[in-house]
Ligand binder design. Structure first.
Ligand code: GDP
Ligand code: IMO
Ligand code: MG
Length: 419
């Protein structure tokens, strides 16, 4: 497979980082194409834990290189922090990282705006406060700074002063960072990036390079957090789906496949509808066993049973061709597990929501399956067969622990179980 996208099939935190890291050794380029430091992708390298917020989940001592595409909103200070952590263990790693000149920058005032807006909302979204919404808003309303602006100090100063003039009016002087502060901040981060030897690149020029080799696209968040198709307004502001690869100049027709990462149960951080959410002891037990705390904010994740109508919706919306199932080991030892097969939406039975609006009204209808002692148990095979039958998507890989190597093909697992 030369060009594959790996996306989250639920509300994020499915284990995309781990899965991308597992496959990264087979690809020359690992490309992040959307979102920003709201993402938190956990990987283990030589047994040590790293959390990537902006960096693609490459294996630092492997041969792949990382690309940050134009659909992202990048907090350069955060990127530098992540690079410094990796540099300490893998000197020279930064020279394997390339950033598209067209990427949009998250500036200190975007984080202030995120805080302010959340505090003023009647119903807060529960954002990560990483400035994502305000940055994408500025991008669309054409009030922002792209990476290439930092190479032209005169123009940068002018642009920042124009933007600040407007922001100061809109927020009635509540924004503390001034255009001068942001200018100084950008000069400093540019110096730091130069010291680290990060590459700045044009996706236009890279087009031929990408097409001549293997590329793995690393999605951020999950389909149900997508700006267009997720549970609006409780969504993020970027494209969380495979379509997002267009921001690196690719069409989805150029993808060999789209892999959906699927957690064996469901989690969500922040506000918004969640039909299979558990409020009982079982939910607490799954959250504890799964260590369900946000990798970016540390907030407890809401937990619920697996939701097949939501998965069918994700499959159609993002054109998922196969699944990788993660974290089924968390449910090891449960006598039984529930799985939502249909929704009751105001008296109408639906196997798939018609629009994201249905998620607000859906009452889950469950089927109960036997639990498994370990993922090497035939009952786990039955659980996977059930998911495959109800979604029409094959599960081809199984992740059974946080470490990169804790992963196998389903065929291997079947051989192990059936002997
Ligand atoms: P991402 O945002 O989709 O990359 O996922 P996160 O890193 O935010 O959250 C997934 C969490 O589950 C991380 O702590 C991973 O180390 C962990 N994890 C990933 N796959 C597995 C798995 O198969 N089993 C277990 N027990 N943990 C896993
Ligand atoms: P990864 O890539 C889980 C959620 C936030 C909030 C909503 C909007 O690690 O799966 P934002 O800061 O983006 O404006 O917040 O989206 N959210 C995530 N939830 N995993 C993520 O990323 C998320 N990125 C954003 O909690 O509900
Ligand atoms: Mg995460």
């Amino acid at each position: 497979m030369k060009r594959v996208a790996i996306v989250g099939s639920q509300w994020g935190d499915e284990g995309k980082g781990k899965v991308v890291n597992y496959f990264s050794k087979n690809y020359e380029w690992i490309v992040r194409y959307s979102g920003g430091a709201n993402a938190g992708h956990t990987i283990y390298i030589d047994g040590k834990k790293y959390v990537n917020h902006l960096l693609p989940s490459i294996t630092p001592n492997g041969y792949s290189k990382g690309f940050l595409g134009a659909g992202m909103v990048i907090d350069l200070e955060q990127l530098i922090n992540e690079l410094k952590i990796l540099e300490a263990d893998f000197p020279g790693i930064s020279s394997k990282i390339y950033i598209d000149y067209e990427t949009f920058l998250v500036l200190p005032w975007h984080k202030e705006e995120d805080e302010l807006r959340e505090s003023m909302r009647k119903k807060p979204i529960g954002t990560t406060k990483k400035g994502i919404g305000p940055a994408y808003t500025d991008k669309v309303s054409r009030e922002g700074i792209k990476l290439y602006n930092i190479f032209d100090e005169k123009l940068l100063k002018e642009r920042l002063s124009e933007i600040y003039y407007l922001k100061n009016k809109i927020y009635s002087g509540k924004i503390k960072s001034t255009d001068k502060d942001v200018f100084e901040y950008l000069l400093k981060v540019k110096r730091d990036l130069d010291k680290l030897n990060v590459n700045f690149a044009s996706a236009v020029k890279m087009g031929d390079v990408f097409r001549s080799t293997s590329v793995l696209f690393e999605g951020a968040q999950g389909v149900l957090l997508d700006l267009d198709f997720g549970t609006y307004p409780f969504v993020t502001s970027g494209s969380t789906m495979a379509h997002g690869v267009s921001s690196v100049g690719f069409s989805t027709f150029e993808l060999d496949k789209v892999m959906g990462v699927l957690k064996a149960y469901t989690t969500r951080v922040g506000s918004g509808p969640f039909p299979t959410e558990l409020f009982d002891e079982t939910g607490g037990k799954i959250a504890k066993l799964g260590n369900e705390f946000g990798a970016t904010t540390g907030r407890p994740r809401r937990v619920g049973w697996l939701d097949l109508p939501a998965l069918r919706y994700a499959k159609i919306r993002s054109g998922l061709n196969e699944f990788v199932i993660t974290k089924a080991d968390v449910l090891d030892g449960f006598d039984e597990v529930k799985i939502c097969i249909k929704y009751d939406v105001e008296g109408k039975i639906k196997e798939i929501p018609d629009s994201s609006y249905d998620f607000y009204k859906a009452k889950p209808i469950y089927e109960t399956l036997k639990g498994w002692k370990s993922t090497n148990d035939v009952n786990f095979l039955k659980y996977m067969a059930f998911i495959e039958e109800f979604t029409g998507v094959k599960i081809n890989y199984i992740s059974y622990g946080p470490k990169t190597e804790e992963m196998c093909t389903k065929n291997n697992m079947i051989m192990r179980i059936k002997g």
